[in-house]
Design a protein around this ligand. Structure first.
Ligand SMILES: Cc1cc2nc3c(=O)[nH]c(=O)nc-3n(C[C@H](O)[C@H](O)[C@H](O)COP(=O)(O)OP(=O)(O)OC[C@H]3O[C@@H](n4cnc5c(N)ncnc54)[C@H](O)[C@@H]3O)c2cc1C
Length: 363
């Protein structure tokens, strides 16, 4: 019997498990420290005044009930690839025949003086609860959001109704992953919602009440850092071959070493020389793919064809009723109410996918 260890029960890990469940003669072990699957793209909504973080976390006890897998409620802190084991936080080893690493990513906090001491980040329900505890939902409370990518724009938009929000982006436009027209639309909407958008200036230093940019400075009450992601720290010491940014070097199947795979944010996917941005959508597709690859290798002895994700779009919420992005292969731009509705639809589709995979009731 093959023992397959999956590290991380996020978008990629659950996708992989969905495919691996087909194997009749395999032992599946999920190692995951959390109590529930975090619907991370929905977390900015949880920050809104009436948002509830619990609505965006699916307890594993319910989701994985009746699933033929063992869940180990712990974190992996290291690997011994020669001995084919992962090491748990207390030092215990867990052996594997096949390993699928999907621990996601961590916020990348550069060494800006003062930043680590004051910044909130948003990666999971715990972070979202921490931010909500600090928010007063009053217009005289100023929230500084640093980073004008997907996370920063969504957070700024959601908080603008009830707060004085400043959004800072070092580049000269928001949402660099989208086209210029869509970036301009997002800028216009945020400005109309009362957000002060400062572009083309980096954060240089921060103390408990003031951010210093290259030219300007502002007072603030809460600072949320949304300035990018990096692989988890322990991956750097895992002995896996890494690229200069610290991502495991994987082939077109996500395989890093024989029978050791990565998926999700940890797999820096490049197709035809183009970097594919790390998103939940990509993570779920990569998880499905890596799971299917392992099934194919075990049952047929060959992996099928390499990973060419067909992304269905990229949608960003600008507030509770508006959004911006593109849909369909080839990129049809959408904005306003239709973009927001499509984004809600994609959240619902993902919940339905999980309900189907894990044979759970309508979500
Ligand atoms: C605020 C925000 C908004 C976003 N919005 C969107 C969006 O609208 N659309 C979109 O497509 N993407 C969005 N993303 C990106 C998306 O959330 C990630 O790309 C996606 O979650 C990555 O999936 P993953 O499976 O790799 O990791 P995750 O979903 O982060 O799951 C990783 C899992 O691994 C577990 N884990 C971590 N470390 C260990 C360890 N050492 N041992 C065992 N388990 C471990 C974690 O507990 C977690 O359950 C957003 C991200 C953020 C932060």
């Amino acid at each position: 019997m093959q023992r397959i260890v999956i590290v991380g029960g996020g978008y990629a890990g659950l996708g992989a498990i969905g495919a691996l469940r087909e194997l009749k003669d395999a032992e599946l072990i999920l190692i995951e420290p959390g109590e529930g699957h975090q619907l991370i793209p929905e977390l900015p909504e949880a920050l809104a005044k009436h948002g509830d973080v619990n609505h965006h976390v699916m307890p594993y006890d319910q989701l994985l009930k009746d699933s033929p897998l063992t869940r180990v409620n712990d974190s992996v802190t290291g690997l011994d690839t020669a001995a084919k084991t992962v090491i748990l936080s207390g030092g215990d080893p867990v052996s594997y025949d096949w390993l699928v690493l999907c621990p996601g990513s961590e916020p990348s906090l550069p060494p800006i003086p003062g930043l680590r001491e004051v910044a909130h980040t948003l990666r999971d329900g715990h972070d979202a609860r921490g931010i909500k505890d600090a928010l007063r939902y009053a217009k005289d409370q100023r929230v500084a959001v640093i980073g004008g990518g997907l996370t920063g724009v969504e957070v700024a938009g959601m908080l603008a109704i009830d707060h004085d929000v400043i959004l800072v982006e070092a580049f000269d436009r928001l949402l660099p992953a989208l086209g210029i027209g869509l970036s301009a639309y997002a800028y216009k909407r945020l400005r109309a919602a009362g957000v002060t958008v400062v572009m083309g200036q980096k954060l240089m230093q921060v103390n408990s009440s003031r951010i210093e940019l290259e030219r300007d400075h502002y007072g603030y009450d809460i600072l949320i850092w949304a300035g990018g992601i990096t692989p988890p720290e322990w991956i750097r010491h895992s002995g896996l071959p890494l690229d200069p940014r610290g991502y495991p070097v994987a082939d077109g199947f996500g395989e890093v070493l024989p029978q050791v795979f990565v998926a999700g944010d940890l797999w820096h996917v490049v197709v035809d020389g183009e970097d594919i941005p790390a998103t939940a959508q990509l993570a779920a597709l990569a998880g499905d793919f890596v799971g299917e690859t392992v099934v194919s290798r075990i049952t047929k002895g060959h992996p099928g064809s390499d990973f060419r994700p067909r992304l269905r779009g990229m949608l960003i919420s600008l507030d509770e009723g508006q959004g911006v992005g593109w849909v369909l292969h080839g990129g049809i731009p959408v904005r306003g109410f239709s973009a927001r509705t499509l984004k809600n639809f994609s959240f619902q589709q993902y919940r339905l996918k999980l309900a189907k995979i894990f044979d759970r009731p309508w979500p």
